[in-house]
Design a binder for this molecule. Structure first.
Ligand SMILES: Nc1ncnc2c1ncn2[C@@H]1O[C@H](COP(=O)(O)OP(=O)(O)O)[C@@H](O)[C@H]1O
Ligand SMILES: [Mg+2]
Length: 242
């Protein structure tokens, strides 16, 4: 176990009692999150292979990105099978689902997220899978969490394009279509984009057109599970616009 010098021993003792993969702990008015390595069955471990676990990939990414002045949470404490981060606030997914952020606050969060993503990309860093639920907003600042898909292979222009496609797709899926908030985010990304990532993303999305045809039957399922599938043609149309 290692811990930042100011981590309270009582808090560390509480971590030892956590069992869930993700737990939110409140301690002396401070909120922290504890993330644990997934306990996989032997069969799943064999299926997933011997490569570094998603957990270790994320831990290594957070260590590497710390101190680079990018919006990722610091690791407050860690042990063999867990790490602790400070609360980064409410996710953009929650803001959309619960209609939070009056007076343009949600708009500001979307713009900050796009600027944050462009900032990562300007440093040749990709998040790996930036969905709305992995972007948090607190006190006027955004933080990217969940770096389980971080990989040096994605720290390239095409990896940045994948990030951007993921972000736009996730925003469309959550809201059931494009929104003014998404348009504002797109404009902010494009303003900051000095590597032509937007155009590269348009090409990427065009190449993925066939997924729309493959998933047509799923887009019209009556059981309410069609939301993400319906977002596929909507995302294609969004990038066709320009
Ligand atoms: N540091 C944090 N600040 C705020 N919320 C967090 C934090 N860490 C985790 N969460 C919450 O827990 C959820 C799951 O954590 P995440 O790291 O994304 O794990 P998973 O791999 O299960 O997606 C997040 O979507 C977010 O709601
Ligand atoms: Mg997540």
């Amino acid at each position: 176990m290692t811990a930042a010098a100011d981590t309270d021993p009582d808090l560390i003792a509480r971590v030892a009692q956590t069992t869930d993969r993700i737990e939110r702990l409140e301690h002396q008015g401070q909120v922290v999150w504890v993330k644990r390595e997934e306990r996989l069955s032997l069969r799943m471990r064999l299926q997933k292979g011997a490569g570094a676990s998603a957990f270790e990939r994320e831990r290594a990414a957070l260590h590497r990105l710390a101190g680079l002045d990018v919006p990722v949470p610091p690791i407050l404490a860690e042990g063999p099978d867990f790490f602790m981060t400070p609360d980064s606030g409410v996710s953009l997914q929650t803001m959309v689902r619960d209609d939070l952020g009056a007076d343009g606050e949600r708009r500001a969060a979307f713009v900050a997220a796009a600027q944050g993503l462009a900032g990562l990309h300007a440093r040749r860093i990709s998040h790996g899978h930036p969905r709305l639920k992995d972007i948090c907003w607190k006190d006027g600042r955004i933080t990217f969490i969940d770096f389980e898909r971080f990989s040096d292979k994605l720290n390239t222009p095409s990896g940045h394009a994948r990030d951007l496609a993921t972000f736009v797709f996730s925003a469309i899926a959550e809201a059931g279509g494009p929104t003014g908030d998404l348009d504002a985010a797109r404009d902010a990304y494009r303003t900051a984009d000095e590597q032509g990532i937007w155009e590269r993303t348009r090409t990427l999305v065009r190449r993925l057109r066939f997924i729309d045809w493959l998933t047509k039957p799923l887009q019209f399922r009556p059981d309410g599970k069609s939301r993400e599938f319906k977002a596929i043609p909507a995302t294609l149309r969004y990038f066709e616009r320009g």
